[in-house]
Design a protein around this ligand. Structure first.
Ligand code: AHR
Length: 325
């Protein structure tokens, strides 16, 4: 009888232990992490690849993703971030459409103790502690690579006289538009003959890239020798404008653009684009790891920069089948 009572007590003690364990942080941490992500929009092939990478990686990592598309509007991103705060998500990540104007909403996230990760595009804020880390490309370096290519192109193809360049900029006020312009202008200083004749925003879209290139071509005051497009989509739109104006891209106007999307490789294989500078959109897996790390209280570097290459038309056919976006 004594043994039976002892057994009963042991079972009761085990029950209490299990009950208590159910409330410990170790088991609470098994709850899927909730990540609120505010995306810029769906303006380009690059952006679509970036969105797919984030959605796929969240699934793979067992993270519950709350995804909001801001349709290229800052006010929509601010609304999305506020809604993530109200929903008490574990981590907020976003790719900011423009660089400035984030202080207030990021202070609200900080006050709610929700860590913020920046992906793809950086912000300018008065207090760097308003975000934990940034993961993305070095846009100034991408602009430099494009500029260096333009200088080399001019050396071989226009050895004398001015080299007239037109520039299709990305979204006004966005980090890639500001930084790529800066890097390009810095690099072309190596040859003072290279001059930016006209520069206007095509908002990173094919339609706007085509529209602005049409306007550039209509001006007809000076012969355009080279186009620098801040992304492949605008370059592809501009290629259409050049062809519709009865000219040949590459032959009549050399084209350098940024991203390295499949569409750019196809254009190079078709002989319509000279070169694309890679900007890697496949940030999903790294973002999910960072979200987990930040939640686990790990110390993270303030900036994580992705490695990227340069692809010229002569390697396009061989590279195209290997492209992941
Ligand atoms: O922020 C990255 C840029 O945004 C890409 O170069 C462009 O295609 C996209 O829209």
């Amino acid at each position: 009888m004594k043994t039976f009572r002892r057994q009963l007590l042991a079972v009761a003690a085990l029950g209490l232990t299990l009950g208590a364990t159910a409330l410990t942080p170790a088991l609470a941490a098994d709850k899927p992490l909730v990540l609120g992500f505010s995306q810029v929009g769906a303006e380009s092939e690059w952006r679509t690849a970036n969105t797919n990478s984030i959605k796929d990686a969240a699934k793979q990592a067992g993270i519950t993703l709350k995804f909001a598309d801001a349709q290229q509007k800052q006010e929509n991103q601010v609304k999305a971030i506020r809604s993530f705060i109200a929903q008490k998500v574990d981590v907020i990540a976003f790719s900011p459409v423009v660089e400035t104007g984030w202080d207030t909403v990021l202070r609200e996230a900080k006050a709610a103790n929700i860590p913020v990760i920046l992906t793809d595009r950086a912000v300018k804020v008065s207090d760097p502690s308003l975000y934990v880390t940034f993961i993305g490309s070095d846009f100034v370096e991408e602009g430099r690579k494009a500029g260096k290519w333009a200088v080399e192109w001019a050396k071989k193809n226009a050895p004398t006289g001015d080299v007239n360049i037109v520039e299709l900029q990305g979204t006004v006020g966005s980090a890639p538009a500001i930084d790529r312009k800066k890097g390009f202008e810095e690099a072309i200083q190596a040859d003072p003959r290279l001059k930016i004749l006209r520069s206007q925003s095509g908002d990173f879209t094919r339609a706007k890239g085509k529209e602005v290139m049409e306007a550039f071509l209509k001006a007809k005051d000076k012969k355009i020798q080279l186009l620098f497009a801040h992304n492949d989509d605008m370059a592809i739109g501009a290629i259409q404008a050049i062809e519709e104006a009865g000219m040949k891209p590459v032959k009549d106007i050399a084209i350098v653009s940024i991203d390295g999307v499949r569409g750019a490789f196809e254009a190079m294989v078709a002989g319509k684009l000279n070169v694309t500078i890679e900007c890697n959109p496949l940030l999903g897996p790294q973002l999910m790891q960072l979200a987990k790390d930040v939640k686990a209280g790990k110390q993270l570097p303030k900036r994580i920069t992705t490695e990227e290459g340069v692809f010229t038309a002569d390697v396009a056919a061989q590279e195209l089948p290997k492209r992941k976006y």
